[in-house]
Design a protein around this ligand. Structure first.
Ligand code: B12
Length: 249
């Protein structure tokens, strides 16, 4: 197999072994297990083994299936968002903001809609931080306003205006019925309506199930996904609000 083409690995290199889990809306019995294997075969897992089946209440069954896929991964066709800005330390961020912006950079953050999952946005904003890095509150030249959970979009817009936010950081973790996409589009549309283009704060959204390529569709400037660190976000803020603006000016 060429270095550019890979297959999943289970017992031996390139054997295609893959594990998937799903729930079917049927009670757990022999037929249900057969149904799970039929689905696996239709998805291209062949041969497949049922390795786990568990009733979820009376009318649902959860399955784990392990089997071989024939599909190949073509690495040269993978499209991802590469980091296009340098990673800076807290000191460098503070120095650039102080020297070039000559005032504190203001960040307003929130979980919007009904989403109450604040751990992600807190990981980025709170001083205690994440993955061994301090959050944005630690940065002397950043002023952070963390509005917490379940913030309505009009309230976020008003607060961003009142605080003269340079950037608005929104977290969305719940993805049921694409709530994260609907809420983000509503938020970006509200900011576009409330601010002239040149005065609109930078809009950043984050959460574990976003497609980082979807900025255009969602109307935001940047999307951050799983495992984002505060340092990456601080570096991006400097890049987008200080460095890029200076080049444009
Ligand atoms: C903790 C938790 C809760 C806690 C939340 C407590 C709190 N204060 O946050 C409680 C118990 C309240 C809760 C409630 C619910 N939860 Co919950 N919860 C979780 C859990 C176990 C962990 C989430 C978490 O904290 N991750 C750790 C953080 C650090 O990771 P993160 O959020 O991904 O954040 C990182 C990045 O994504 C990124 N990031 C995130 N936001 C932002 C924002 C910006 C601006 C940036 C730059 C980066 C960024 O940076 C972070 C650091 O790297 C997940 C399952 C899981 N393992 O993920 C379920 C999960 C998210 N919950 C789920 C559900 C369904 C619910 C409930 C609906 C359950 C119910 N029926 O009541 C409620 C909803 C409540 C509500 N109104 O929102 C589902 C969501 C499914 C879906 N498809 O949407 C999950 C996936 C569990 C599951 N497998 O079913 N939950």
């Amino acid at each position: 197999m060429s270095k550019n083409i890979v297959r999943p690995y289970g017992d031996t290199t390139g054997d295609g072994m893959t594990q998937i889990s799903f729930t079917l809306p049927i009670p757990h019995d022999k037929r249900a297990e057969g149904a799970a294997l039929q689905l696996a075969a239709k998805m291209g897992l062949e041969p497949a083994m049922l390795v786990h089946a568990k009733p979820m209440g009376d009318n649902f069954t959860f399955f784990v299936v392990y089997g071989s896929v024939r599909h190949l991964v073509e690495l040269d066709k993978v499209v991802v968002v590469e980091r296009d800005f340098p990673l800076l330390g807290a000191k460098e961020v503070n120095t650039v903001v102080k020297k070039r912006l000559r005032r504190k950079l203001v960040v307003v953050g929130a979980c919007i809609g009904t989403d109450a999952h604040t751990v992600g946005i807190d990981a980025i904003l709170n001083i205690k931080g994440y993955a061994g890095q301090k959050g944005l509150e630690y940065y002397r030249e950043l002023r952070v306003v963390n509005l917490g959970a379940q913030v309505a979009v009009p309230e976020l817009v008003e607060r961003a205006r009142a605080e003269k936010a340079d950037a608005v950081l929104v977290s969305q973790v719940v993805t049921q019925k694409d709530a994260h996409l609907h809420n983000t589009k509503e938020m970006s549309a509200a900011f576009r309506e409330a601010f002239p283009a040149a005065k609109r704060p930078l809009l950043i959204v984050g959460g574990p199930r976003f497609d980082e390529l979807a900025t255009g569709e969602l109307g935001v400037d940047r999307i951050f996904g799983r495992g984002t660190t505060p340092g990456e976000v601080a570096s991006y803020l400097v890049h987008a609000l200080v460095e890029k603006k200076a080049v444009a000016a």
